[in-house]
Each structure stands twice: as structure tokens, then as C-alpha cells.
Design a protein. Structure first.
Length: 281
């Protein structure tokens, strides 16, 4: 069998890809993490608005906000990239995560995110009391807690007296499936909006305005098309890397043939082989 025989790729013209991308954008909701990242990218006011609604901290003043925030002090441990990360004027840290899959919003994952933020922001020789207050927030597509509540707030408490430990760590799950027509609270409206595909159906003005920009303006649509194209190219790149790894592991196909079949250079194949040899078992 020739290398690449199972790598049939449906060829599409640029116009066909563009039409596909426009349909994708049309169907995007804030609950879709790819769209959510663009909504919040470099938009501190929107992040502040959403965090105020979820936490109930009306005077929350966000001073920094970043999407796809990599925690840098987890060397040797499982790495994580935070969807939206922010810090307020009091030094409180906020991690806002979108999770459509139930297995991505487990209590253990929330605990790990909270612990990782602690490690990231307590420097050597600082006192433990200097740990910042933190909020790890998961907005989930389904009711992962199964109790039909709009929001689930968790803090450490004394299991006998119920008194809080007051360690400053907060874990919140927002139920994206919550649907109660009698609930007109800002949080219920926010959850409603996260399920919407059209800005005109949204109730939170800040979220509606940003959604309208990305779906109904030429500039915003162009940005979204570029983001989708970048994701598509990255997926193709990662798939090619995995194919190279599989073929090199077999040892029955030459590196030259692998390069030709996948449209890569021999240097790229050698780089992947080098990474294979240095990757820990």
C-alpha cells in the first residue's frame, strides 16, 4: 500500500470553505468555546460584566483580562490553559471556563484549576495568607450537578457546624441548561444568552453587541473567518504530526516517502523524530 492511501482529503475551493465558515459563524453561540474566545478576547468590559453577574460582586473592577491564559509554574505537572483569566483591583483571580462536555466539568478538574492558580500566584517565601482570593467558574452546557439549579456555589466549610473555612477559594458551576421563564434575574438572562445564536434574541446588551459585531459586520465576520481558518490549519498540522509519528514508529516507510506523502520537508520530519526521542515515557 502506498503511503497516504488512507489520507483522502475532500478538496474544496476557497469559496466553498468560505461558505462553510459563514454557516459555522451563523450557528455559533457563546457556549461554543471557539466563539467564546473571540467574544472575550481583549474585551475587559465584557468580561467584567459577565463576572459581576455570576459572582454577584456589583463593584467588581477588572484590571486585566486574557483569553487562553497558560499557567507557567506547573513544570512536571499536567498543564492547563484557562479560557478567560482576569484579575480585579483587589488582586482576586478569576478563571472563566466554558464546558460543553460533562466530563470536562468534574469537581476534580475544578479543584485542580483552583490549586494551579494558587501555585501560580504564591511566590517563593511569601506567606500562605498572601494567597489571592480566587474564583473558578464553569459555565456548562448541561446541568452537571443534576439539581436543576441556576448556579452552584462551593466553598470549604466545617462539615459539623457549616461554618466557612474562609480560605478564599470559590468554585462555581453555572447551569447552561437552566430554563425558567419566571426567572428574570440577570444571571438567568445571561444563561439564556449563552444559548442564543442571534444577537437580537439576547437580553444582556454587552453580550448582544459583541455577538452582533462578529456575526453582522464585515470586520467581525472577517475576524471570525480567519480564526476558523487558523483552527482548521492547526488541526491539519496536528493530524500530520500524528501520522508522521505513527509511520516512524512502524519503521517500514522511509522519511523521504513520508515527507512526500504529507507535503512536509525532510527537516520537519527530522524535527518530529527528534521530539519523539526526547519526549518522556
Amino acid at each position: 500500500m502506498k503511503v497516504g492511501a488512507n489520507l483522502a482529503i475532500q478538496k474544496k475551493t476557497d469559496n466553498q470553505w468560505h461558505e462553510d465558515d459563514l454557516r459555522t459563524i451563523e450557528n455559533y453561540r457563546p457556549l461554543d468555546d471557539s466563539f467564546m474566545r473571540e467574544l472575550f478576547r481583549n474585551d475587559l468590559p465584557l468580561a467584567q460584566c459577565v463576572l459581576r453577574i455570576i459572582t454577584g460582586i456589583e463593584d467588581l473592577q477588572l484590571i486585566s483580562e486574557e483569553t487562553q491564559y497558560d499557567l507557567k509554574r506547573l513544570l512536571g505537572s499536567r498543564s492547563i490553559c484557562l479560557d478567560v483569566f482576569g484579575t480585579d483591583s483587589k488582586g482576586t483571580k478569576f478563571d472563566l471556563e466554558i464546558q460543553r462536555a460533562d466530563n470536562g466539568a468534574t469537581p476534580q478538574r475544578a479543584r485542580y484549576h483552583s490549586s494551579a492558580i494558587d501555585v501560580e500566584f504564591l511566590k517563593a517565601k511569601e506567606k500562605f495568607e498572601e494567597l489571592p482570593v480566587s474564583y473558578v467558574i464553569f459555565i456548562t452546557e448541561n446541568d452537571v450537578r443534576g439539581e436543576n439549579q441556576l448556579i452552584y456555589n462551593f466553598e470549604w466549610t466545617d462539615t459539623v457546624t457549616g461554618k466557612p473555612l474562609n480560605d478564599g477559594a470559590h468554585i462555581i458551576f453555572v447551569n447552561g441548561a437552566y430554563n425558567n421563564a419566571d426567572d428574570t434575574s440577570d444571571l438567568a438572562n445571561l444563561v439564556h444568552d449563552f444559548r442564543c445564536t442571534r444577537a437580537e434574541d439576547m437580553k444582556i446588551k454587552e453580550l448582544a453587541d459583541k455577538t452582533r459585531y462578529f456575526k453582522e459586520t464585515q470586520e467581525g465576520v472577517s475576524i471570525m473567518c480567519k480564526a476558523i481558518e487558523d483552527m482548521r490549519n492547526e488541526a491539519i498540522r496536528l493530524e500530520k504530526i500524528q501520522i508522521v509519528i505513527n509511520l516512524l514508529s512502524l519503521g517500514t516507510v522511509s522519511k523521504t516517502d513520508i515527507a512526500k506523502a504529507l507535503g512536509l520537508t525532510l527537516d520537519e520530519i527530522n524535527d518530529i523524530e527528534q521530539q519523539m526521542s526526547t519526549k518522556p515515557a
